[in-house]
Design a binder for this molecule. Structure first.
Ligand code: ADP
Ligand code: MG
Length: 598
C-alpha cells in the first residue's frame, strides 16, 4: 500500500533517483534546453571577458596619465576599440540574460504542464479502490504545488550550472594572469569551504524541519476543513483550534530558525569578499609598484572577485529551492507510481454482447476478508427488467460497481453478454452499460453538452426526438435558451427532479444496451417520481436493466425483483410472486412500509 503521507519527506537536496526520473521530462525539450544553455554560456563568457577588456583599457591608457605615450593616435584608437568591445559585451550580457531567462522559463512551463497532464491521466486510470483509501483533495494539491516546485528547481539548477562554470572560469583567469596574486586571492576559498561545511548540515536540518512542520500544519488544516461537519457535531472546535495553534507556533519557530541560517550566509560571504579585496589591494599594490603586474590587472582582479562571490551569495536560496523540489519530486513520482490494478486486457474483445448478465460464484470484499458478497450467483436474461431492493448497506451498489468493473472480484466471474468482463476493455464496458445515479452528475456547460455527454456524435435532431419521447420538450422550452442554456456548477440552478430528468435523457441519448439505475429516483418525492416513472418506462424498453432502489414502489413493475440482504439473495420473483411468498418483501409491503429503511 502506498502511504502518500505528507510528513514523511526526509528527502535530500540531491536525490539522484528523482533527478534520473525527472530527466525524460526535460529531454522532451532538449533543443530548447541546449539553446538556453548556449545563452547561459555566452553570458558566462561575456561576464569573464568584461574585466579583461577593462584591464586592457586601463593598461593602454596608462601612459596618458604620465604623458609618456609614444603614439597618441594609436592609444586613442585602442581606447575606442576597447570601449566598443565593452559596449558589445554589455549588449551580449543583456540579451543573453533575457534570452536564456525566457527560454528556460518556457521549458519550465511546458514541463509543468506535461507533469500535470501525466498525473491527471494516471489518476484517472488508477482504480477506484485506491481512491477509496486516499484523500483526493491532498492528491489534487500535489498537482498544483509540487509540480510548481519542480519547475522552480529546474530553472534554478540550470542557472546554477552557469554559475559553476563562471566560478571555474574566474579561478582559471585569476591564476593565469598572475599565479602569485591568484593564489593569494583564492586563499579565502578553504575558509569558505570550512564555513560551508559547518553551515550546510545545520542549515539542511533547519530547512527540512521547517518543511515538515509546514506540511504537518497544512494537512491538519485540510483535515479539519474536510471533516468540518464531524468536528462541529462533536463540539471539538475549541480543542482542535488549540492543536492547530500549537502546530502553527512550531512552524513559526522552525521557519525563523531556517531563515536565520539563510541570513547567516550573507554577512559571511560579505566578510570573505572583503578579505579578498584587502589581499588584492595590499599584495596587488606592491606588485604594481614593483612593476610585476599592471594597474589594469589589479582592477581586473577586483572585478573578477566581485563576480566570484555573487553565486555563493545566492547559494542558500538555491539550496532551499532544490530541497523543496526533491521533496516535491518524491511525492509526484509517488503518485505516478500508484499501481493501476484494473488493467485492460492486452487484446480486448469487442464482439457483440447478447444482453445477459451473469454473476458466477462471485465473492468480493472492499477491505480484505470483509466480504460484501460471498459465493453470489445471479443470472439476468437479455431484455429482462430486474429490480434490486434491500436495506442500506446490503450490497446493491456493489453489484453495479462490479458490472462496471470499477473493482475486480476476489473470486468468481462477472459475465456480461456471454463474455467475462476482464476480457473487455473498460471503454467498451462504458459504451455498453449506461448508468443513472442518485445524484446525477452535471457539469458546467450547456444543457446540450450535458445530454450528449455519453454520445458526442448524436445529432440535435435525435436529441430532440428523444426529448419528445420523454415528454420533456416543455421543460427544455421553459429554459431561457432551450438546449443552449448554460447551467451552473454541477447543475446547481436546476431542481433535483430536473437534474434527474436530464440524466435520464442523457442515458436515452447514449442508447446503451444495458442500463443500471442506482437509487436514481430516491432523492425526489413520490409524486415527482411517478411523473419520472413514465420517462423511465420508455428508457427501459428493449434493454437489459437493473433498477436499484429501497423504495418498493420503484421496482414494482420489474420482471423480477431481487430482495438483497447482507450480500445474499433473500428472495427472488415478480411482485406478485413475492407477495405470495410471505417473506420479507410481503411483510414490509403489507405493513405499508414504503421502503426498507423505514
Ligand atoms: N468503497 C468502499 N470501501 C469499503 N467499504 C465499502 C465501500 N463501498 C461500500 N462499502 C461497504 O460495503 C457494504 C455494501 O455497500 P453498498 O453496496 O454501497 O450498499 P447499498 O448500495 O446496498 O446501500 C456496506 O457495508 C458498505 O459500508
Ligand atoms: Mg447504494
Amino acid at each position: 500500500m502506498v502511504s502518500l503521507s505528507d510528513e514523511d519527506i526526509r528527502s535530500r537536496s540531491f536525490d539522484y533517483n528523482i533527478i534520473k526520473r525527472f530527466m525524460p521530462y526535460v529531454m522532451v525539450y532538449k533543443k530548447d534546453v541546449f539553446l538556453g544553455f548556449f545563452f547561459i554560456m555566452l553570458l558566462t563568457g561575456a561576464s569573464l571577458l568584461i574585466p579583461l577588456v577593462v584591464k586592457n583599457l586601463i593598461d593602454k591608457s596608462d601612459c596618458l596619465v604620465g604623458a609618456s605615450c609614444q603614439d597618441i593616435d594609436q592609444v586613442k584608437n585602442s581606447i575606442l576599440i576597447g570601449l566598443l568591445q565593452f559596449l558589445g559585451l554589455a549588449v551580449i550580457v543583456a540579451s543573453s540574460i533575457f534570452l536564456s531567462d525566457s527560454i528556460i522559463e518556457k521549458v519550465g512551463e511546458n514541463i509543468l504542464l506535461d507533469l500535470r497532464k501525466k498525473m491527471f491521466m494516471h489518476l484517472q486510470d488508477v482504480s477506484i479502490s485506491f481512491m477509496d483509501k486516499t484523500d483526493v483533495g491532498r492528491l489534487m494539491s500535489r498537482l498544483q504545488g509540487d509540480v510548481a516546485a519542480m519547475q522552480e528547481a529546474l530553472q534554478t539548477s540550470v542557472f546554477a550550472i552557469g554559475d559553476f562554470v563562471l566560478i571555474c572560469g574566474i579561478i582559471t583567469v585569476l591564476l593565469s594572469m598572475n599565479l602569485q596574486l591568484g593564489i593569494m586571492t583564492l586563499l579565502v576559498m578553504p575558509l569558505m569551504v570550512i564555513v560551508r561545511m559547518f553551515w550546510l548540515p545545520r542549515a539542511r536540518e533547519a530547512f527540512l524541519d521547517a518543511r515538515v512542520k509546514s506540511s504537518a500544519a497544512t494537512s491538519y488544516l485540510a483535515e479539519n476543513i474536510n471533516g468540518i461537519r464531524t468536528i462541529q457535531s462533536f463540539n471539538r472546535q475549541q480543542f482542535n483550534s488549540l492543536v492547530y495553534e500549537n502546530k502553527a507556533n512550531e512552524l513559526l519557530r522552525a521557519q525563523l530558525r531556517a531563515s536565520k541560517f539563510s541570513s547567516l550566509m550573507l554577512p559571511t560571504v560579505e566578510t570573505l569578499t572583503g578579505i579578498s579585496f584587502a589581499i588584492i589591494i595590499i599584495v596587488g599594490a606592491s606588485l604594481v609598484i614593483n612593476d610585476k603586474i599592471t594597474a589594469g590587472v589589479m582592477v581586473a582582479y577586483m572585478l573578477l572577485v566581485q563576480r566570484f562571490f555573487d553565486p555563493i551569495r545566492t547559494i542558500s536560496m538555491q539550496y532551499n529551492s532544490m530541497q523543496r523540489a526533491m521533496a516535491s519530486g518524491y511525492r509526484i513520482f509517488e503518485v505516478l507510481d500508484i499501481p493501476v490494478t484494473i488493467k485492460d486486457p492486452k487484446k480486448p474483445l469487442d464482439c457483440p454482447l447478447d444482453g445477459s448478465i451473469k454473476f458466477d460464484n462471485v465473492s468480493f470484499a472492499y477491505v480484505e476478508q470483509n466480504y460484501i458478497l460471498k459465493d453470489f450467483n445471479l443470472t439476468i436474461e437479455n431484455g429482462e427488467r430486474i429490480g434490486i431492493v434491500g436495506p442500506t448497506g446490503a450490497g446493491k451498489s456493489t453489484i453495479s460497481n462490479l458490472i462496471h468493473r470499477f473493482y475486480d472480484t476476489n473470486k468468481g466471474k462477472v459475465i456480461l453478454g456471454g463474455v467475462e468482463i476482464r476480457k473487455l476493455s473498460q471503454e467498451y464496458i462504458g459504451k455498453k452499460v449506461g448508468m443513472v445515479l442518485q445524484d446525477p452528475f452535471l457539469f458546467s456547460g450547456t444543457i446540450l453538452d450535458n445530454v450528449k455527454y455519453g454520445n458526442k456524435d448524436v445529432s440535435l435532431n435525435d436529441v430532440e426526438k428523444a426529448t419528445k419521447e420523454l415528454g420533456m420538450m416543455d421543460f427544455i422550452n421553459s429554459l431561457d435558451d432551450g438546449f443552449n442554456t448554460v447551467i451552473g456548477q454541477r447543475g446547481s440552478d436546476l431542481s433535483m427532479g430536473q437534474r434527474q430528468l436530464l440524466s435520464i435523457l442523457r442515458a436515452l441519448v447514449a442508447d446503451t444496451q444495458y442500463l443500471i439505475l442506482d437509487e436514481a429516483t430516491s432523492s425526489i418525492d413520490s409524486y415527482t417520481e411517478k411523473k419520472i416513472q413514465k420517462a423511465l418506462d420508455i428508457l427501459l424498453q428493449n434493454r437489459t436493466s437493473i433498477t436499484i432502489a429501497h423504495r418498493l414502489a420503484t421496482v414494482r413493475k420489474c420482471d423480477k425483483i431481487i430482495v438483497l440482504n447482507a450480500g445474499k439473495v433473500e428472495e427472488i420473483g415478480s411482485h406478485e410472486q413475492l407477495l405470495g411468498n410471505q417473506g420479507l418483501y410481503s411483510n414490509l409491503y403489507n405493513l405499508n412500509y414504503s421502503s426498507f429503511d423505514d
